[in-house]
Design a protein around this ligand. Structure first.
Ligand code: AP5
Length: 214
């Protein structure tokens, strides 16, 4: 199992898609799963929507149910690439229990580092596909046809939580609740960090090389 940790907009989803295509690992994004639950109007989605729209974390208890069910559905031995989970120390502790239960002992954590000014530019120009979840950027990662998803042809939108005030709040929550996981995993000898200033193909290549070397 590989875990991607990084601030909102650091490129976790974009990189995970490339790593999945190159290595055949399974990209699991809790943000994408929650957004799908919201758009499908499920009970879990209704409970999560306010938190997502405000840029806050969905409570750990609700996430515990989601991640437990999700991992139960995965085939034994699948290499999962977790994007967006864990996001708190409590979630990381729960995940240790789950990986122990499934006998998963090779857990690597990749921390994606990016300065806040670049993050603000990336999120300001992000356009997302509400249908398949693909993510684009108006200048650095533009779709072939403006405003249209390359993969499924749906109309691209700015995510509701990509408004400037909400982005700032998400960054504060990241510093307060998620960034402490970096030292938590470093102290366990599981952490490697990658600078994400370069283009997404170059950043993904570094991670693919790292994961392939094991
Ligand atoms: P989630 O969807 O996980 O949001 P996030 O962590 O804020 O991350 P983002 O999806 O915004 O960014 P990203 O790092 O994937 O960047 P991207 O690749 O798109 O979660 C959403 C919400 O769900 C949370 O706020 C919370 O409410 C809830 N939630 C989810 N998990 C939870 C959990 N475990 N516990 C509690 N609540 C949870 O890239 C951004 C832009 O930059 C794109 O436009 C892209 O094209 C561009 N880009 C990417 N890489 C590069 C590059 N190298 N060079 C140039 N441009 C690039």
């Amino acid at each position: 199992m590989t875990i991607l940790i990084g601030a909102p907009g650091s490129g976790k989803g974009t990189i995970a898609q490339k790593v999945q295509a190159a290595l055949g690992v399974k990209h699991v994004s809790t943000g994408a799963i929650l957004r799908a639950a919201v758009s499908n109007g499920t009970e879990a989605g209704k409970q999560a929507q306010g938190y997502i729209d405000r840029g806050e974390l969905v409570p750990d208890a609700a996430m515990a149910n989601l991640i437990g069910e999700l991992l139960d559905q995965q085939p034994r031995g699948a290499h999962l690439l977790l994007d967006g989970y864990p996001r708190t120390i409590a979630q990381a502790e729960l995940l240790v229990g789950i990986t122990d239960k499934y006998g998963i002992d090779n857990v690597r954590v990749v921390c994606i580092e990016l300065s806040e000014d670049v993050i603000l530019k990336r999120l300001g120009g992000r356009r997302s596909c509400p249908q398949c979840g693909a993510s684009f950027h108006v200048t650095t990662y533009a779709p072939k046809v403006e405003g249209i998803c390359d993969h499924c042809g749906a109309k691209l939108v700015a995510r509701p939580d990509d408004q400037p005030e909400t982005i700032r709040h998400r960054l504060e929550i990241y510093e307060e609740k998620t960034a402490p996981l970096i030292d938590w995993y470093r102290s366990r000898g599981q952490l490697v960090c990658v600078d994400a200033q370069e283009g997404s193909a170059a950043v993904a290549r570094k991670i693919i090389a790292m994961l392939s070397a094991d």
